[in-house]
Every structure is written in structure tokens, then in C-alpha cells.
Design a binder for this molecule. Structure first.
Ligand SMILES: O=C(O)CCC(=O)C(=O)O
Ligand SMILES: [Fe+2]
Length: 184
């Protein structure tokens, strides 16, 4: 995937119309962390998320076969999450990762997420160069604005709600969290 494939991004992209956000998350210490959740399990909608976390751990990703795995904070390190947009344009080759934030019994936690998406009218679809008769498109074209609306409505089922075809040759898209094939 090159800059040419995502013309809306980069120095000559329409930055003024871009859908970018800096999300500041603050999780106060919680005396009963097993009965509270900082941020419920979700995938990020955007292309990539760059995430800073302070020295209190809390970020967890769902790893096939391993359950929830903590991503420990590394001093000076940033976490890069793949979002739904990269999942769709890569035709499922890059997985948007299901993640959540748990709370800590004695320490406050802070994270800063930098999210970047295209202008709302941009049409999202699997990149033509990644699609051929043996790799049919797995996601239907959808405008970014429409996808955000779908995400607001269907939340973690949004990605599978824009899937268009049954996997060929009995192969499943291992990157699809729900494995529910819906048309439309
Ligand atoms: O607090 C965290 O580590 C996760 C934050 C997050 O997933 C988000 O802001 O989308
Ligand atoms: Fe997130």
C-alpha cells in the first residue's frame, strides 16, 4: 500500500477535511477493577492509531487462542493499532485489532490516541491492485461518512456488515472478528 493508493492522506491530501482526532483517555484508579471496564472492547475505525500510554498498564488486545493480552507500556514507546479502514482497503490482509482498556486498582492511567481518517466523502473499498478473480473483494464500497454511521449503529459488527461475499474455496477471512457473512 503506497501513498498513491490513499491520495487523501499525506502532504498533498485534503488535510483540512480529514477526519482526525486526538483522544485523551483518563482512567482513575479503581478499588474494584474486576467489576469495572475503562474502555469497552472495540476496533478503531480509522487507518492507523498512534497511542501513547503512561506507565500504568491497561491496554489489552484480543489474540486468537490467547485471550486478552496486555500491551505493557514501554517508556518512550508508542503503540500503533491497525483500524477498520486499513482492514477494508487491504481486503482483510491487515487485521483491525480488537482492544480494550482495563482499570488499575491503585494507579491512575492516561492514554492519548491519535486517530486519522479521510474526508467524509471519500469512497472506501479494497484496493483494486489487491483484488483479482482468486481474491474477490471482501468489502463493498462505502463512503467514509457512511462507514462511520454504520459503526455508530452496529459498533463491533460494522466491519462484517459491509462484507459482500462468502469466502471462496472454503477459506475464511481469519481477520474478520465475527465471521458472520452478511450482504448489504
Ligand atoms: O487507553 C487505551 O490504551 C486505549 C485507548 C483506545 O483504544 C482508544 O482511544 O481508541
Ligand atoms: Fe481504540
Amino acid at each position: 500500500i503506497t501513498k498513491r493508493d490513499i491520495k487523501w492522506a499525506g502532504p498533498k491530501g485534503k488535510f483540512k477535511d480529514a477526519c482526525s482526532a486526538l483522544q485523551l483517555n483518563y482512567y482513575p484508579a479503581c478499588p474494584d477493577p474486576d467489576r469495572a471496564m475503562g474502555l469497552a472492547a472495540h476496533t478503531d475505525s480509522t487507518l492507523l492509531t498512534i497511542l501513547y500510554q503512561n506507565s500504568t498498564s491497561g491496554l489489552q488486545v484480543l489474540k486468537e487462542g490467547n485471550g486478552w493480552v496486555t500491551v505493557p507500556p514501554i517508556p518512550g514507546g508508542l503503540v500503533v493499532n491497525i483500524g477498520d479502514l486499513l482492514h477494508m482497503i487491504s481486503n482483510g490482509s491487515y487485521t483491525s485489532v480488537l482492544h480494550r482498556a482495563v482499570v488499575n486498582r491503585s494507579k491512575d492511567r492516561l492514554s492519548i490516541a491519535c486517530l486519522y481518517g479521510p474526508p467524509s466523502s471519500v469512497q472506501i473499498s479494497p484496493l483494486p491492485k489487491l483484488v483479482d478473480p482468486s481474491h474477490p473483494p471482501l468489502y463493498r464500497p462505502i463512503t467514509w461518512n457512511e462507514y462511520l454511521g454504520t459503526k455508530a449503529k452496529h459498533f463491533n459488527e460494522a466491519l462484517s456488515s459491509v462484507r459482500i461475499c462468502t469466502p471462496v474455496n472454503g477459506l475464511v477471512d481469519v481477520n474478520d472478528h465475527n465471521n458472520i457473512v452478511k450482504v448489504g
